[in-house]
Design a protein around this ligand. Structure first.
Ligand SMILES: NC(=O)c1ccc[n+]([C@@H]2O[C@H](COP(=O)([O-])OP(=O)(O)OC[C@H]3O[C@@H](n4cnc5c(N)ncnc54)[C@H](O)[C@@H]3O)[C@@H](O)[C@H]2O)c1
Length: 253
């Protein structure tokens, strides 16, 4: 078991990548605080395989600092420590010309995809500093380095996520807290179709735009991201910080 008894908070736990990451972490022996806006069905989605004493579902809005503080407090109360924070929650942007992007759209995307990383990190770092160890993983996107037209706010939010990851990696190295990012390529989750422009066929776009843009010829699967997160959280990655892992089938080449 590569994550035996490590305590991990996983955001976006009800989504495609988040749920798979919760499952993989449980399989590897972790104790998981799974958090999302919608956690009502989490136990059913886990299919009864999870040990009840290893999973704790907490409803939280990652843009709300009070929710985040309460999340950290509940994690410590339940499991006594926090070894890993995996920031997976995020939202897409449907492809939109820049002149049509509203202030509200821009602010919402930056708040959920970027500000949330600041809020969760600020809340978890004091816990990790006390432990003199910890791992933070931010899910960004290969789109931040290999952009597509019309995803202006989304790409900006993920570029900031990468810069923030490296800013924290250097700041927290002396506290033995490792901070890394994963850039998924186009992944087979509900989110993917949401990148298509309004009025276009999302399912067709998944194939004609997204799958065909991956050199290895297949969409990324949630377990590909979950496996990378397991590695980065494990002691196998003890010398890895400030890294950006492209799990993208070669899309970033
Ligand atoms: N799917 C892709 O093609 C792709 C590609 C590159 C990067 N990503 C990134 O990967 C991550 C996971 O994406 P996914 O494909 O699993 O998406 P998804 O839509 O399946 O899951 C996202 C989850 O985030 C949660 N969430 C959204 N806003 C929230 C909030 N304010 N508070 C708490 N939870 C909130 C949603 O409820 C949802 O469960 C995202 O950060 C996304 O930007 C996805």
């Amino acid at each position: 078991m590569r994550l035996n008894d490590k305590v991990a908070i996983i955001t976006g736990a009800a989504g495609g990548m988040g749920l798979e990451t919760v499952k993989r972490f449980l399989e590897e022996g972790a104790k998981v605080i799974a958090t999302d806006l919608h956690i009502e069905n989490l136990h059913d989605q886990l299919g009864g395989n999870a040990r009840e004493d290893h999973i704790f579902a907490v409803k939280a809005d990652i843009t709300n600092d009070q929710d985040i503080e309460a999340l950290m407090q509940q994690a410590v109360n339940r499991f006594g420590r926090v070894d890993v924070l995996v920031n997976i929650a995020g939202i897409a942007q449907s492809a939109t010309p820049i002149e049509d992007v509203s202030n509200e759209t821009w602010d919402r995307i930056m708040s959920i995809n970027t500000k949330s990383l600041f809020l969760t990190s600020r809340a978890v770092v004091p816990i990790m500093k006390k432990q003199k160890s910890g791992v933070i993983i931010n899910i960004a996107s290969i789109a931040a380095v290999r952009p597509r037209p019309g995803l202006n706010a989304y790409i900006a939010s993920k570029g900031a996520a990468l810069a923030f990851t490296q800013a924290l990696a250097i700041e927290l190295a002396e506290s033995k807290i490792r901070v890394n990012a994963i850039n998924p390529g186009p992944a087979d989750t509900n989110m993917l179709g949401q990148f298509a422009a309004h009025g276009t066929d999302a399912e067709a776009a998944k194939k004609s735009i997204f799958r065909d843009s991956v050199p290895l010829g297949e969409l990324i699967l949630p377990e590909d991201i979950a496996n990378a997160a397991v590695y980065l959280s494990s002691d196998e990655a003890r010398r890895v910080t400030g890294s950006i892992f492209n799990i993208d089938g070669g899309r970033g080449i």
